[in-house]
Design a protein around this ligand. Structure first.
Ligand code: MN3
Length: 279
């Protein structure tokens, strides 16, 4: 498979979500947000044209699956190549496909002035857009051991982990316990509270968002959603996908073993970059 070179920098992604919110509301804001996100590098968004104020806008919502920095089998034995291939080419791709479909429907609903349709589309946009964003971070959070996967963090992040959790081992134990206890599908995250400059562990359930990112990034400011997690305002640094599709083919029902082993391929260098970019 091809290797991914044009990785989206976490600061590019997060910078928009945290600070670059358009002065729009509802679906328009989301569509705009995601279009800008695409332009900044999650996937290789292609633009047919750009929206110009005061003119009829016509954007092509074309998000594509980002390549991985490693081959599917290179995370073995922690995560099988079969899982990685399916997870990437099927699950992630489906989020993108459905996200694009929902954005196209949104565009039509806006043209039609159909407020009811716009409101109804928010769920699909959040779920599938969240799936795309979360997985794009997840792939970067992983690395084969030959590329440094599993090597403990250093520098500022290492100090912050020690200050907040006592040790890396204690952080891992907490994320594993929280991830194992999560009912149904979801994610367990290490996030940064930018206001307090403090690390925090947070789990998020799947049903509304496919994971943490929207609540973590406080999307409520864009979408005016009611979500108690949004008040935490955490920036995601490290996300572990604990949907069954992330481990079942290999680990069956033994989710704790998946959680135990995934640390062997965690790319702490990537996590550190996200941390330092948001301090
Ligand atoms: Mn997944």
């Amino acid at each position: 498979m091809t290797r991914h070179l044009a990785g989206s920098r976490p600061s590019d992604i997060l910078g928009f979500f945290c600070f670059g919110g358009s002065i729009l509301s509802g679906g328009v804001a989301m569509a705009s947000a995601m279009t800008r996100l695409g332009r900044r590098g999650i996937g290789s968004a292609r633009w047919s044209s750009m929206a110009v104020a005061g003119q009829q806008s016509r954007a092509s919502h074309s998000f594509t699956l980002p390549d991985l920095d490693y081959d599917y089998g290179e995370l073995e034995p922690a995560i099988s190549g079969e899982i990685m291939k399916l997870h990437h080419t099927k699950h992630h791709q489906t989020y993108i496909t459905n996200f694009v479909k929902a954005l196209e429907q949104l565009e039509q609903a806006e043209k039609d002035g159909n407020a009811e349709a716009i409101v109804k589309l928010q769920g699909a946009i959040n779920f599938n857009g969240g799936g795309h964003v979360n997985h794009s971070i997840f792939w970067k959070n992983l690395a084969p051991s030959k590329s440094g996967g599993g090597e403990p963090p250093e520098g500022k992040l290492a100090s912050a982990i020690k200050d907040e959790f006592g040790s890396l081992e204690k952080l891992i134990a907490k994320m594993n316990a929280d991830g194992a206890a999560l009912q149904g599908s979801g994610w367990v995250w290490l996030g940064l509270n930018k206001d307090l400059k403090q690390l925090a562990v947070q789990t998020t359930a799947n049903q509304v968002y496919d994971g943490a990112l929207f609540p973590v990034l406080d999307f409520s400011k864009l979408l005016k959603l009611q979500d108690p997690l949004a008040s935490k305002g955490l920036v995601p640094l490290l996300g572990i996908d604990v949907w069954e599709h992330a481990y079942y083919l290999q680990y069956k029902n033994v989710k704790p073993d998946y959680l135990k082993n995934i640390w062997k391929v965690i790319n702490w260098s990537d996590v550190s970059s996200r941390y330092e970019a948001n301090l």
